[in-house]
Design a protein around this ligand. Structure first.
Ligand SMILES: [Zn+2]
Ligand SMILES: [Zn+2]
Length: 188
């Protein structure tokens, strides 16, 4: 069965080199739906608590929220960084608090201090699904990701591959010692 959760992301981007309006910088509220598939954990009668899927996903996804997402070869990138530098906000600002840990994958690098994500490919809805799956595939048994942004939407299905032991009392993933980080339950 599947547990399904949805997150909102507000971001700015553009399709560099694309012949259409999207070649200009603009913004969206994107809606990301993550479907996690597993057996139903009998103790809690659920696959995975949806608020825990959100927490796990948000740790990395908050770097995309209120962020600028640019392709690595976009000339806007050095131009924007130059302005941030001159303004003294490139390496952070006291008001920039909603930061996740910086990450670097083959597809994307996050610079939380200046709310920027640099991508290898154009950040279309399809591109975002690839990036998100890559960031979360080891943490969650993702069966499907759907991303909607304005009139654009895409979805992709994945083979689940992790064997995740879950707490029979609160449903979240047990740590490597078989202990629930939330309630302390220990697997016999
Ligand atoms: Zn767009
Ligand atoms: Zn527990």
């Amino acid at each position: 069965m599947r547990s399904i959760t949805t997150l909102d992301l507000q971001y700015a981007h553009r399709f560099y080199g694309f012949k259409g309006e999207a070649q200009y910088l603009h913004g969206h509220t994107g809606v990301l739906t993550i479907e996690v598939e597993d057996s139903v954990e009998p103790g809690v009668n659920m696959v995975f608590p949806c608020n825990e899927i959100q927490k796990t996903a948000w740790q990395v996804l908050k770097n995309f929220d209120h962020a600028l997402i640019l392709r690595e070869d976009d000339p806007l990138l050095p131009a924007v960084l130059d302005v941030y530098e001159k303004q003294g906000i490139k390496d952070g600002a006291p008001q920039n608090k909603m930061k996740g840990p910086a990450f670097q994958t083959e597809l994307a690098t996050a610079y939380p201090d200046c709310r920027l994500v640099v991508t290898k490919e154009t950040m279309t809805v399809e591109g975002m699904i690839k990036i998100v799956y890559d960031l979360l595939k080891d943490k969650l048994n993702i069966a499907k990701i759907t991303f909607t942004s304005g009139v654009n939407a895409a979805s992709a299905e994945f083979q689940t591959k992790n064997n995740i032991d879950r707490c029979p009392l609160c449903g979240i993933a047990l740590n490597e010692n078989g202990v629930c980080p939330k309630c302390g339950y220990k697997k016999a």
